[in-house]
Design a binder for this molecule. Structure first.
Ligand code: ATP
Ligand code: MG
Length: 404
């Protein structure tokens, strides 16, 4: 049990952050962290010299502080999190805090001290602080050696205006930009492996994500909807997903399957999906669609078919996985925590009314002709109207007026 107040220092990459941009970025990250760390005993979060400092309540135990740091490290915009203590600006006290911090740094053999003062009104210079605190640590941990280059643990000591911060445990964050700093996107979210990863890529670049899921209902069960909800709950931990619109798509697929040439079915389903997603995106104030397609992976993901699908909408369509191998996508899904959910089988509209030999080189004029026989515009209206909305906790999301 330590006598010091626990803190987490949240570092972000400063590259590309200038002027007004920078304070907007910091405020957005601060607000996101404030909301996501609600379950933890946080007193306040301050901006200090290019970092955010999370102050935990006095008496907060190690495990709780560790859990808070682990969560913060998964939040887009966070490059690194360091765990430690706030203490008095007194070298003996700082050395004691450093000894406590190092006890919580995990297994290590070598260490160094990196001290700095943001206020020169502190008499001791950084070199002297390194030496004094370093020798106190060497005394307390006789088995450990000091190593200047690539030590296992770097004990950070920072003297600011009224206090000192001392930390040792440090973990890498996911990097990127805070959610809400890059607008909103609408993500076509299946219960498969790829689309949650595609969504996450955009979230890491600062986009608020709204999911659009096409269920095979009423032609299939609602099993895929439960999986998508599970996936959304995983994504929700990082504050990146605001809501999911679930569209009952089975009847329209059936209609297409009854009237369209079988090889063209998939392209036609997908054009309708894109049109519905674009309408929902407009209602949500989103500026682009996102899919988990990767070139050549399945019949619908050939260049010709992608072009035919894109021609259905005016919005830009982002495909962050287009040049990615399945194994890489699986690796990302595992790290994200969605892989196991996505590996469960659930019938959705993808498994419904599939042709035996889908067209891999669809020609737009042929597709448009087949589509002209169908009441596509009415369907889009009806499907958007029939969509069910489920909300998730996303601190950066501002619902559009008039939207459920
Ligand atoms: P995923 O693993 O994401 O399902 P996939 O490899 O199964 O992708 P497709 O089924 O061709 O490939 O889907 C390509 C993309 O189209 C998906 O990544 C997703 O963005 C979108 N999509 C497919 N099915 C659905 C659905 N039922 N609801 C919403 N979007 C879908
Ligand atoms: Mg799929």
């Amino acid at each position: 049990m330590t006598e010091f107040q626990r803190i987490c220092l949240v570092h972000y990459h400063e590259i590309g952050l200038k002027g007004h941009n920078r304070s907007t970025f910091e405020m957005r990250l601060l607000k996101n962290l404030e909301a996501l760390l609600k379950p933890f005993p946080v007193v306040t979060i301050h901006r200090i010299a290019g970092r955010l400092c999370v102050f935990l309540r006095e008496g907060c135990d190690w495990q709780t502080a560790k859990d808070a740091a682990d969560l913060a490290a998964q939040v887009p915009g966070v490059a690194r999190v360091s765990c430690g203590f706030k203490c008095e600006r007194d070298l003996d006290v700082m050395a004691k805090a450093a000894i406590d911090a190092m006890a919580e740094a995990g297994d290590f053999d070598s260490f160094k001290v990196a001290a700095r003062r943001n206020h020169t009104d502190f008499a001791t210079g950084s070199m002297d602080m390194n030496r004094i605190i370093g020798s106190a640590l060497a005394g307390a941990y006789p088995g450990k050696r000091v190593q200047m280059k690539d030590p296992d643990v770097t004990v950070g000591v920072e003297v600011v205006q009224n206090a000192a911060y001392v930390y040792a445990r440090s973990l890498p964050g996911v990097g990127g930009l805070p959610v809400g700093s890059s607008g909103t996107v609408a993500c076509l979210l299946s219960s498969g492996i790829d689309s949650p990863v595609a969504l996450w890529r955009l979230a890491r670049r600062g986009a608020v994500c709204v999911g659009v899921h096409f269920s095979g209902r009423p032609q299939t069960s609602d099993a895929s909807e439960f999986l998508v909800d599970d996936i959304a709950r995983v994504l929700e931990r990082t504050g990146c997903i605001a809501r999911v619109h679930t569209v009952p798509f089975g009847d329209c697929q059936r209609e297409i399957a009854l009237s369209a040439p079988p090889p063209l079915r998939i392209v036609m389903y997908r054009r309708l999906m894109f049109k519905v997603a674009e309408r929902i995106a407009q209602l949500e104030g989103a500026g682009a669609l996102v899919t988990g397609e990767s070139l050549g992976q399945v019949a619908s993901q050939t260049l010709d078919n992608i072009r035919c699908t894109d021609a259905a909408v005016e919005m830009p369509v982002f495909r962050p996985l287009i040049g990615t191998d399945k194994l890489e996508i699986i690796g990302e899904a595992e790290r994200l925590g969605t892989f196991e959910i996505s590996s469960q089988d659930a019938p959705d509209c993808c498994t419904l009314f599939m042709p035996r030999a889908p067209e891999t080189h669809a020609k737009l004029p042929v597709v448009l002709e087949a589509e002209a026989a169908l009441p596509v515009e009415r369907w889009v209206e009806e499907l958007v109207e029939a969509a069910e909305v489920r909300d998730y906790a996303c601190p950066a999301y501002k619902p559009k007026r008039g939207r459920r």
